[in-house]
Design a protein around this ligand. Structure first.
Ligand code: NAD
Length: 352
């Protein structure tokens, strides 16, 4: 029976080579913004400087203070900088960490945000914020942190190293895969998720083969946008929960962890969601979706096991308890034994 709710977020998206410096000033004008604070991480400061310069008089300053997982003191400092600069808006240039800082500013001040992403994390397309305090990451949803505009410029991703491009791309795939079996998916989200998985899975080998291919980089950003939009619109399940525990409690790296865990989480859920698995398989042009995901990442040289990422065997049981001990939407019941089996398989890294 057809039965759904769908809400389209109020957001403009521009994807074009050179857009970071040509479209960002236009987006600022459209939004009526005249004093924008540009934020980035230390490594992305040169790119952020170019964006800041393109804004001319509409730039109120550049703050290159973003750090992974948005520590609360980093957010406090950025809010202070925005207030001192009397900013009326914010432009976040960088990966999920920089966009996360822009969202923290938006959450506290209500300033509108323009996102200029340089990875495939998808944060730019969601109303989800995250802040880390005393080693624990809090997340929440708030419409005020959803960027008003996203400016995708494939040229900004030329510098993203191939290993990080691959794992960041699989991080995006994970959003699309879990959206396909989310309890709050809609027919439009299902279309976007399948197309997002298809676009990203086809783009990644081309990106790895020629990291300076404008075409491949553009298609990867297109996939990232679709998959990120699915993340923003739905509730994620077991895969994202496991990765949250592995990153939050054991300090495992974000996109690499998503890359390792995804085939096993999908294999666990597969019996409960045959239609979703069939959609992923169609998108990957494969018979077995979990195996195809495992092969895609492995063929592109991505890490295969949680052991490689530094997890200790003794941590598996603790992680399984944590992942099973919380309530969240998942198409198949998550028992401690079930979570442990997924984690053990991911720890070993063999075929799912
Ligand atoms: P990131 O922003 O920390 O970037 C990873 C690394 O890549 C950093 O060292 C960064 O300096 C570097 N980098 C980024 N772009 C580059 C480029 N073009 N060239 C060269 N180096 C580049 O990580 P990420 O994977 O983009 O994002 C992960 C973070 O985002 C996590 O904290 C995660 O929780 C968060 N996230 C949030 C959401 C959300 O909806 N709120 C969604 C996805 C991810």
């Amino acid at each position: 029976m057809t039965d759904f709710v769908h809400e389209s977020p109020p957001m403009r998206v521009v994807l074009r080579p050179g857009a970071a410096t040509t479209a960002t000033p236009d987006e600022a004008r459209r939004l009526g913004l005249r004093r924008l604070l540009v934020v980035s991480g230390a490594r992305g400061a040169d790119t952020a400087r170019a964006v800041a310069d393109s804004l001319g008089q509409a730039c109120a300053g550049l703050h290159a203070g973003a750090r992974m997982h948005v520590p609360v003191e980093v957010a406090d400092r950025a809010v202070e900088v925005a207030r001192t600069a009397d900013a009326d808006g914010c432009v976040a240039v960088g990966g999920g960490s920089s966009i996360g800082l822009g969202k923290a500013i938006a959450l506290r001040t209500g300033l509108p945000l323009i996102a200029v992403p340089t990875t495939y994390s998808g944060s730019e397309a969601t109303p989800v914020w995250g802040l880390t305090e005393h080693g624990a990451k809090r997340t929440g949803r708030d419409p005020s942190v959803l960027p008003r505009s996203i400016v995708y410029d494939p040229e900004l991703t030329f510098s993203l190293p191939v290993p990080l491009s691959v794992t960041s791309g699989v991080n995006a795939l994970a959003h699309g895969v879990e959206a396909l079996y989310a309890p709050d998916a809609s027919p439009l989200i299902a279309l976007m998720a399948e197309e997002g998985v298809r676009a990203m899975a086809r783009a990644l080998p081309d990106v790895a083969g020629d990291p300076a291919s404008l075409d491949a980089r553009g298609r990867a950003l297109y996939g990232a946008w679709l998959c990120g939009s699915c993340l923003g619109a739905t509730t994620m399940g077991l895969h994202h929960k496991l990765c949250h525990v592995l990153g939050g409690t054991f300090g495992l790296p974000h996109s690499e962890t998503h890359t390792v865990v995804l085939p096993y989480a999908l294999a666990y859920n597969a019996p409960a969601v045959p239609d979703a698995v069939a959609a992923v398989a169609r998108a990957l042009d494969a018979d077995e979706a979990p195996t195809a995901l495992w092969q895609l990442a492995g063929n592109l040289g991505a890490p295969r096991s949680l052991a490689e990422l530094g997890l200790k065997e003794a941590d598996l049981a603790v992680a399984a308890e944590q992942a099973a001990g919380q309530s969240y939407a998942n198409p198949r019941e998550v028992t401690v034994d079930g979570a442990l089996a997924v984690l053990r398989a991911a720890y070993e890294g063999g075929p799912p």
